[in-house]
Design a protein around this ligand. Structure first.
Ligand code: PEP
Ligand code: MG
Length: 318
């Protein structure tokens, strides 16, 4: 398996019958972008920018952020970068951005909700990304969005920032999208798809919130399986809504590198899989093992199952 994976490093992601799936890297550190490219990344599908904020004693200023993002953008050499705006709170506290004591931090001030309490920090980040990605493709996505109102608040600020920066000094190939990781956003995907540029499904949180299982729970997390038919139905709704509006959909949660899940995600119509860099060759090799129609048939069967165990049983011979 390892030798086979090695052979596929520099080939594009595609199924056995040639259906294209972009295979991108999840990164927590911009210094790792070059390594991801070496392993065959077709882009970065999720840059977790919170790690940059966690590495500093206070919010990094615009120049510091520009330098940091440039490192990834230069290593990508024209491949797209999907940068997620600061996603703290919940399981990821930021010492200099204290959140009041909460009984349920995962249901509290986290992700875009927290960022919107200090929108000037978000503005600085958006500006830094736009400047760092001058002449390069830039996709920005917002974490934990629950409905269109949150997206519109950011879109409005973003459009003002775009208008204020001369086109010669910033990225012009820019998309603004949202993560789908709260069930309400999957259910309301048609209203979001009309206004966002793309979706990226965060299956770690989407599974946690759909099944009501803490993703880090020592005893229960094994049951938090993204192949649960309830999660798959939300993914299906998301993809259908996006494609109806000609928007693309990625998956950047752990499910994207689960060899059993790959054919189902492809069968549901996902356009991009973003996985940790070391999984890239394996995911490309996995894609070449099945045809699109096999994935589609499997996805249809999976959607009608009762439990994630039933879905996993379907996968035995794929
Ligand atoms: C997710 O929730 O699936 C995701 C990719 O975001 P994170 O794991 O950083 O919360
Ligand atoms: Mg998440």
């Amino acid at each position: 398996r390892a030798a086979e994976a090695w052979d596929h490093r520099f080939e594009q992601g595609q199924t056995r019958d040639g259906h294209r799936i972009e295979v991108a890297a999840n990164l927590g550190n911009t210094a790792h972008a070059a390594d991801a490219v070496t392993r065959g990344a077709e882009g970065v599908g999720l840059l977790r920018t919170e790690f940059l904020f966690m590495a500093h004693a206070s919010a990094p200023d615009r120049e510091t952020q520009i330098q940091e993002y440039r490192q990834a953008i230069e290593a990508l050499d024209g491949r797209p970068l999907v940068a997620r705006t600061l996603d703290v709170g919940g399981d990821k506290p930021l010492p200099y951005w204290p959140v009041p004591q909460e009984d349920n931090p995962f249901l509290g001030l986290r992700g875009i909700r927290l960022a919107l309490t200090q929108p000037e920090v978000l503005d600085t980040q958006l500006e830094a990304l736009l400047i760092a990605a001058k002449d390069r493709p830039l996709r920005i996505m917002l974490p934990m969005v629950k409905d269109i109102a949150e997206f519109r608040r950011v879109r409005e600020r973003f459009d003002q920032l775009l208008a204020a920066l001369p086109e010669t000094e910033r990225a012009t190939d820019v998309q603004l999208g949202v993560m789908i990781e709260v069930p309400s956003s999957a259910l309301l995907a048609p209203t979001l798809a009309a206004e966002v540029d793309f979706f990226s499904i965060g299956t770690n949180d989407l599974t946690q919130y759909t099944l009501a299982i803490d993703r880090g729970h020592p005893e229960l997390s094994a049951q938090a399986d993204g192949l649960h038919p309830a999660v798959l139905r939300l993914i299906q709704m998301t993809v259908e809504a996006a494609h109806a509006q000609d928007k693309w959909v990625g998956v950047c949660g752990e499910l994207a590198s689960d060899s059993g899940a790959v054919p189902i995600l492809v069968g549901l119509g996902v356009d991009e899989l973003s996985v940790s860099a070391r999984q890239i060759p394996l995911v490309k090799a996995r894609l070449r093992e099945f045809d699109l129609m096999t994935g589609q048939q499997l996805a249809q069967q999976a959607l009608t199952q009762a439990t994630s165990a039933d879905v996993r049983d379907l996968l035995e011979n794929v």
